[in-house]
Design a protein around this ligand. Structure first.
Ligand SMILES: NC(=O)c1ccc[n+]([C@@H]2O[C@H](COP(=O)([O-])OP(=O)(O)OC[C@H]3O[C@@H](n4cnc5c(N)ncnc54)[C@H](OP(=O)(O)O)[C@@H]3O)[C@@H](O)[C@H]2O)c1
Ligand SMILES: *[C@@H]1O[C@H](CO)[C@@H](O)[C@H](O)[C@H]1NC(C)=O
Ligand SMILES: *[C@@H]1O[C@H](CO)[C@@H](O)[C@H](O)[C@H]1NC(C)=O
Ligand SMILES: *[C@@H]1O[C@H](CO)[C@@H](O)[C@H](O)[C@H]1NC(C)=O
Ligand SMILES: *[C@@H]1O[C@H](CO)[C@@H](O)[C@H](O)[C@H]1NC(C)=O
Length: 322
């Protein structure tokens, strides 16, 4: 009897271990890696939120390929450290940082103006910076802080850089998340705080919709755009979770999911892989194009979001002033 129970326990334990190992193996085997040998010498790239996480790994990759890399960061100390690390690791001295705080449209406009007037070209823009769990604060522009950080500021930034990007074939890469598939946009609450979880998801859905609408509007230009889910990755994105929960999540991710270097692969792929232009507006995961999430399939939603976004960031009036 006791022997039976012991055998049962051993069997169950082995089975669980086997399942966990298989799961880990599955994740490893399906992790997309960008094998492209594309050289980026002579090209200029911007990565937002590039001082840490998958943004940092993306910046290193571009630097290794010989690009000029501009790290768009808000914290000067962290940015300076990241730049010197990248230069040390790649020997590419053409790596710089420029400060931008995505919680402020004024800061975004200043940054874009600086780039537009100082750079000859812009080949790749990776809208990577993102955050969650920032609470129900409003920014100086009166917008829910996560919405502005993850979506509206990137919308404004992109639109202000479009003139520069048009000059040569160029790509915009939006780092979204699979959570967007559960997102639902309430146009009446686009700028106000909803719930913590919902807010993050909606920002990620907005990025996908914007990519779709952008691809439609800019079809016959030099600019193409892509959105993607990078995977589940060990980065600082979980910094605002409660300590115990964060420890648990990071333990799980560490055991089963992606490192930051692995997590950066899909955005690198979207930025450089040859021949992707015909897929402008599409969504990617593990270095492959994937079907659009159901939540992102309505083109009229994408168009409406675009119009609302233009109004909210006051894009027209900015253009009029110039
Ligand atoms: N990690 C995942 O599992 C996962 C899954 C799906 C999608 N993603 C997406 O991947 C992207 C990169 O995230 P990550 O995982 O690499 O996270 P991370 O390590 O936390 O990096 C986020 C970056 O964004 C910057 N940032 C945040 N708020 C900013 C602001 N107001 N102005 C300027 N920069 C700001 C951060 O700068 P500071 O260091 O100064 O705060 C940091 O450089 C995000 O868009 C995220 O939504 C991540
Ligand atoms: C960087 O340059 C130094 C000196 O030119 C050289 O010794 C070193 O091997 C280089 N490192 C890389 C990663 O290319
Ligand atoms: C995403 O891409 C579009 C271009 O396709 C851009 O206009 C938009 O601002 C980007 N960023 C976000 C966060 O959606
Ligand atoms: C960028 O600069 C060009 C000229 O160098 C100018 O025509 C264009 O209006 C500027 N765009 C923005 C958004 O500032
Ligand atoms: C697109 O890029 C090419 C090559 O850099 C350039 O010659 C051309 O003028 C650009 N097209 C437009 C419409 O700006």
């Amino acid at each position: 009897m006791i022997l039976d129970i012991m055998l049962g326990v051993v069997a169950a334990g082995s089975l669980t271990a086997l399942c966990l190992v298989s799961f880990k193996l599955y994740i490893k085997l399906t992790t997309g890696i960008c094998y492209s040998q594309v050289c980026l010498r002579g090209k200029t790239t911007i990565v937002t939120g590039a001082n840490t996480g998958i943004g940092y790994q993306t910046a290193i990759d571009f630097a290794k390929r010989g690009a000029k890399v501009i790290l768009a960061c808000r914290d000067e100390t962290k940015a300076r450290e990241a730049v010197s690390e990248i230069i040390k690791e790649t020997n590419n001295s053409n790596v710089v940082y420029k400060l931008v705080d995505l919680t402020s449209f004024t800061s975004v406009r200043k940054f874009a103006n600086d780039i537009n007037s100082s750079e000859e070209r812009l080949d790749i823009l990776v809208n990577n910076a993102g955050a969650g769990r920032l609470g129900n604060k409003l920014t100086e522009d009166g917008i829910a802080i996560v919405m502005q950080t993850n979506y509206f500021s990137h919308f404004l930034l992109t639109m202000l850089l479009v003139d520069l990007m048009k000059k040569h074939p160029s790509r915009i890469v939006n780092v979204s998340a699979v959570g967007a598939s559960a997102g639902k946009i309430d146009f009446k609450k686009l700028t106000s705080f909803t719930t913590e979880a919902n807010q993050y998801i909606v920002t990620k859905l907005c990025q996908i919709l914007f990519t779709i609408e952008f691809a439609r509007r800019y079809k016959n230009t030099n600019i193409t755009a892509y959105s993607l889910h990078p995977g589940v990755i060990k980065t600082e994105i979980f910094r605002n979770l409660s300590p115990i929960f964060r420890w648990f999540i990071l333990f799980l991710i560490d055991t089963f999911f992606k490192t930051a270097r692995e997590g950066a692969q899909t955005q690198i792929y979207c930025a450089i892989e040859n021949g992707l232009e015909k897929y402008s507006g599409e969504h990617f995961h593990d270095c492959k194009m994937v079907k659009r999430y159901k939540s992102a399939r309505d083109p009229s939603l994408a168009e409406k979001l675009w119009q609302e976004s233009e109004r909210i960031v006051k894009l027209r009036s900015v253009e009029d002033q110039i």
